[in-house]
Design a protein around this ligand. Structure first.
Ligand SMILES: Cc1cc2nc3c(=O)[nH]c(=O)nc-3n(C[C@H](O)[C@H](O)[C@H](O)COP(=O)(O)OP(=O)(O)OC[C@H]3O[C@@H](n4cnc5c(N)ncnc54)[C@H](O)[C@@H]3O)c2cc1C
Length: 382
């Protein structure tokens, strides 16, 4: 008589952080019948979503798996090419974007970021996960069988697995003793939503002029998000009330659609100023039964618009392993990190290099070559 296989029952997960990675993972795990608690530090779950996002095919592939692709398609603005413009707005070069999600998906979809976050929040709510907003983890204690967690609201829980999806400055990463921290790359970006100038139907970018990068991306029939990247400055000298004026002044150096976009940048509350950071945890992405996902493990400047895509790929791979393997053990977490690290490193290195070439004023850099090689890697399934 064959011995019955003893199937371990590690079937409860705490997800820390309700951003792109945490929300997506929650939905995928709930679909497999796993009990998920999600805690999010912000009381308003959609407070820090920002203005716009470019979702490339490999991100869309995961969003389809999560079950929100149709809504993303209906709300966003698809595109298959990118134009490089001169400072006065004349077209210098048009590049066909690689369809990193395969032929069934657009090369990119631009989207208003709060709408993406709203779709993911609704999917989490519908999944039956238990959500607590305005809550953080204050303590973790592990033994062979699970993780005891203390929360900022005084609550406690015991879980088979904790996923740190709490972003770039992950407090959970620090709690488990992973000492890697993000480092500024030297560049910063101004971003604002604006009405879509009628002829703008793709991302258009200027390299040069008063800023290193001036670009805009349609995010719906009626909107774009516009951005200007420059050398980072001391944030203490930038009063947020002056952001709109500052962004308008920088945008004044650009012609074409920028004239219309610039005129609409009037509300400083709509303008976001952020430094670019780099992070790549090269060592293990887990300690015991606590594992990193998304920006908590890696981040890069958005020069390739791949940060959220890498975060979504992380959670697709992690969910696949958690829902197909009997044992949630060191081997699983090492396999997860080994599957992700080379691909993430390719994206992080290329994203940082593109920014560094601009900071260093390298004129003969092979930008199309680097972008093409990186995107070709991303056509493969993660
Ligand atoms: C300027 C800029 C532009 C970008 N543009 C693009 C783009 O066009 N395309 C693209 O693919 N990527 C882009 N990215 C990258 C993308 O934003 C990130 O990679 C992505 O948001 C990472 O998702 P995440 O869920 O890992 O982290 P986050 O989205 O940062 O989510 C983390 C969540 O955890 C919460 N949290 C934080 N601390 C705690 C805590 N202690 N306890 C509980 N919750 C906590 C936060 O409130 C947040 O909700 C851009 C990034 C920047 C900075």
């Amino acid at each position: 008589m064959s011995r019955p296989t003893t199937r371990p029952t590690p079937r409860s997960v705490l997800v820390v952080g309700g951003g792109t990675a945490g929300n997506g993972l929650t939905v995928l795990l709930r679909r497999a019948g796993i009990a998920v608690d999600l805690v999010e530090a912000e009381a308003d779950w959609n407070a820090t979503a920002g203005s716009g996002i470019t979702l490339q095919g490999n991100a869309l592939r995961v969003l389809r798996e999560i079950g929100v692709w149709e809504q993303v398609r209906d709300l966003g603005f698809p595109s298959h090419e990118l134009a490089i413009l001169a400072v006065d707005g004349t077209v210098r070069h048009v590049r066909k974007d690689i369809r990193t999600g395969g032929d069934g998906l657009p090369a990119t979809v631009g989207m208003r970021r709060p709408q993406l976050q709203r779709l993911l929040i609704d999917a989490v709510r519908a999944s039956g996960a238990r959500v607590r907003l305005g809550t953080t983890v204050t303590g973790l204690r592990q033994d062979a069988g699970g993780v005891d967690v203390r929360f900022s609201d005084g609550g406690e829980g015991r879980y088979d697995l904790v996923v740190a999806a709490d972003g770039l400055n992950s407090a959970t990463r620090a709690l488990i003793g992973i000492e890697d921290r993000p480092a500024p790359t030297g560049m910063a970006i101004w971003r604002a939503p604006a009405p879509r100038p009628r002829h703008v139907r793709r991302t258009e970018i200027v390299y040069g002029g008063p800023c290193f990068i001036a670009g805009y991306c349609p995010t719906s029939e009626h909107t774009v998000y516009a951005y200007l990247a420059e050398r980072n400055r001391d944030r203490a000298t930038l009063p947020p009330s002056a952001y709109a004026e500052e962004m308008r002044a920088l945008a004044a150096g650009y012609g074409g659609a920028w004239e219309e976009i610039r005129a609409s940048i009037t509300d400083s509350a709509q303008v976001n100023y952020t430094w670019f950071d780099r992070l790549l945890v090269e060592g293990p992405w887990h300690r015991g039964r606590v594992v990193l996902a998304g920006d908590a493990a890696h981040c890069c400047p958005p020069t390739l618009a791949q940060g959220a895509a890498m975060s979504l790929e992380d959670i697709a791979v992690l969910a696949e392993l958690l829902t197909t393997r009997a044992d949630w053990d060191d081997r699983l977490f090492a396999d997860y990190r080994d599957r992700r690290l080379p691909r993430v490193r390719t994206v992080v290195d290329a994203s940082v290099r593109l920014g560094q070439w601009l900071l260093d004023g390298v004129r003969d850099a092979d930008v199309p070559g680097l972008i093409g090689r990186t995107m070709a890697v991303l056509e493969e399934q993660p």
